[in-house]
Structure formats: structure tokens, C-alpha cells
Design a protein around this ligand. Structure first.
Ligand code: SF4
Length: 353
């Protein structure tokens, strides 16, 4: 009887790339991918904890799959609170640091036989960085992924060349915090463009501090080979809130970067992430965020309602401060969403003007 596995992924593209790596390793060992209806020989679950909801959903999946397949061994990794499921029979927890060591030792960054929602047949998901030490005050990730790792440029080129030979048309570059990519992000992209024949490079999420002149120049030199959609998470348009969030920029930097992108490269579309209801966010602070979003004219915005995460500075500092009401959170999320859904955005200027 053939050995089968079921891989379930939650959360970001980095998790997805790692689930692909793990799955590819099993395929290399003779396993075949099972569907949700078969009885799998083993199950892998890569969890997420970026929000409370993500944590609950991930652990709920572990419990429901254990109920459905009580005799199957379930290996669980990722950022969720794995302590909560450690006593379930046949469930084996694998903290992130062990997972990262395993993936490094397997050297399986190339995953040609994996197809998932991010990495379709002609799009290859390339993880180039992991770990974060920025400690944004609301974020649990630095506690879950404290070890910094970067893919060497030569290895990235080697992997992309293999992907091209196998018929991939596009690579998606992903990392936990690309700002901490240690070999210079713009140099990585330049080298991939110069030394491989990949048709298109697109990006997961690019921190604003990675947008330098070298990066902008690449769009001028390779206009057809770089995706014209860039996701740059700004989180807030209020300097007061950005400081409390411990984000490494102020609104002046945001406006300057978007102005440079807009003026120097035509035809770009932007996406971003916004957190609404960060503790002490006043109507004025929120209005500043709305104004900034209108100026930049994002074509896509992911809105998150702030939720306190374990161990984070914001949770500790604002433990006893007045909570922002659910109604206000809902209304602020809706107002951000309406910016995108409106057919005609308010007339806007070039950012920063
Ligand atoms: S940069 Fe900030 S938001 Fe992003 S993973 Fe690191 S701590 Fe979290």
C-alpha cells in the first residue's frame, strides 16, 4: 500500500513555502499527496498565530483531524500555541526552530512537485528569508521566529534556474521580514534578473525600508520582468501610532517612498496592511490613516482589527487602558474597506504633495 500524506497550511506565504518544502521532502521519500477524503499515513499541519483567530483555527484543525483520523500521526509546527495540544495522543509538536533546522538540513528549497494556493503550476514560491527581530509592539512573530536566516544569492539563482528549466514562468519572493535579508534585497533581485531567464518576479510583502533607489532602478531596467503590483505594509498613517507600534519609519518616509515609486515608475499598483484599533488610536489618528491611504491610492488593503497577542509589548503596556469599542473597530475597518470598493476614489495628488 502506498504511503500518503496530508499537508495543511495556515497563515503567510512563508508558512506556505515551508509546508511545500516539507511536502516535497516526503514526496522525495516516496510518499504521495493524499486528499482530504483519503486516510493519510501521516498529517502535517503548519499553524499560524498572527491573530487570535488564526491561532484558534489552526488548533481547531489539529483537533478535528485527530478526531477524524485518531490513529494517524499528526506532526504540528508553526506559530500557534502548541502547548495547548501537546497531550493529544498521536499529535507530535515540532516548534518552529526545530522545523527550521530540519528544513535547512534537508536543503529542500526547490519544491517542483507542489501545487498550492500560492504556488500554482507556473508560479514558484521562493523563500529567501526567515525570522524577525524588529519586535513591532503588537506582533507575536519575533517570539515565534527569533532566528534570522537568509538564502544565499548563489543558492537563490541556482533554485530559480531549476524552476525555469521545469517550466515555471514566475517566482514569488517571500520572507518573514525582508528588511532583515542579510545579502541586500535589491542585489538579490538584480542578480536573479541578470543571471536567470525567469519571465516574471513578483513579491510577497516588501517592507518600506527595502524600497531604495537600486530597487526602483530595477523597474526601469526590467519593466516587463518585475510585477507591477507591490504590497508594502504601512499599518497606520499616524506618527503617534507608528511610534507606539515600534515601526521603523514615520509617515514622511512612507510618503517619500511612494512618491519616488510613483514618479519614477509608471503603472504601479500598491497593496498594504492596516491595523485598526491599536490601543489609544483616536478618531484623529484614524483619520490620518484614512487620509494617507487616500493619498497613496492603494488598490488593495488588508485590514486587521487589533487583537492583543501573548508576550507582546502592546499587550503589556496597554493592559489596563480603555478598550476601543467593537462598534468603533467595525466602523474603522469598514471605512478602510470602502476606500477600495468605491469605484471612484477621491481625487488625489501624488503622495507627499
Ligand atoms: S516586522 Fe514587525 S510585523 Fe513584521 S514580522 Fe517583524 S515584528 Fe512582526
Amino acid at each position: 500500500m502506498s504511503k500518503t500524506f496530508l499537508a495543511v497550511n495556515f497563515g503567510c506565504r512563508v508558512n506556505s513555502a515551508e509546508t511545500n518544502q516539507w511536502s516535497q521532502t516526503l514526496i522525495n521519500q516516496g510518499y504521495i499527496s493524499s486528499t482530504i477524503h483519503d486516510l493519510p499515513s501521516i498529517i502535517l499541519i503548519n499553524t499560524c498565530s498572527i491573530t487570535k483567530k488564526g491561532d484558534l483555527e489552526s488548533l481547531g484543525k489539529v483537533r478535528s483531524l485527530h478526531q477524524k483520523y485518531p490513529k494517524t500521526k499528526i506532526y504540528v509546527t508553526g506559530c500557534a500555541n502548541l502547548e495547548k495540544i501537546k497531550n493529544i495522543p498521536n499529535v507530535f509538536i515540532f516548534p518552529n526552530n526545530k522545523k527550521e533546522d530540519l528544513l535547512k538540513s534537508l536543503n529542500s528549497s526547490y519544491t517542483p512537485q507542489i501545487k498550492d494556493k500560492f504556488s500554482h503550476t507556473n508560479r514558484f514560491l521562493l523563500k529567501v528569508q526567515s525570522g524577525c527581530t524588529q519586535f513591532c509592539s503588537y506582533c507575536i512573530v519575533p517570539f515565534k521566529r527569533p532566528n534570522l536566516w537568509s538564502l544565499e544569492i548563489e543558492k537563490a539563482i541556482e533554485t530559480v534556474k531549476k524552476a525555469v528549466i521545469d517550466g515555471y514562468q514566475e517566482i514569488i519572493i517571500t520572507g518573514v521580514n525582508i528588511d532583515e535579508y542579510q545579502y541586500n534585497f535589491s542585489t538579490l533581485i538584480k542578480e536573479i534578473l541578470e543571471k536567470t531567464d525567469i519571465n516574471l518576479i513578483s513579491f510577497g510583502s516588501i517592507p518600506i525600508n527595502c524600497i531604495d533607489q537600486k530597487f526602483i532602478n530595477l523597474f526601469k531596467s526590467y519593466p516587463q520582468r518585475l510585477s507591477n503590483f507591490i504590497h508594502i505594509p504601512i499599518q497606520s498613517g499616524s506618527d503617534k501610532i507608528l511610534k507606539l507600534m515600534n515601526r521603523p519609519y514615520i509617515t514622511k518616509d512612507i510618503l517619500e517612498k511612494f512618491r519616488n515609486l510613483t514618479l519614477e515608475i509608471g503603472n504601479l499598483k500598491f497593496g498594504t496592511d492596516i491595523i485598526v484599533g491599536f490601543p489609544t488610536e483616536s478618531d484623529q489618528d484614524f483619520q490620518e490613516t484614512l487620509n494617507l491611504c487616500q493619498k497613496i491610492k492603494f488598490s488593495k488593503i488588508h485590514t486587521f482589527k487589533y487583537s492583543p497577542r501573548p508576550n507582546t509589548k502592546a499587550r503589556f503596556i496597554f493592559e489596563n487602558s480603555p478598550k476601543i469599542s467593537k462598534e468603533t473597530l467595525k466602523s474603522r475597518s469598514q471605512q478602510i474597506r470602502q476606500l477600495i470598493s468605491r469605484k471612484t476614489l477621491p481625487s488625489h495628488q501624488i503622495p507627499g504633495k
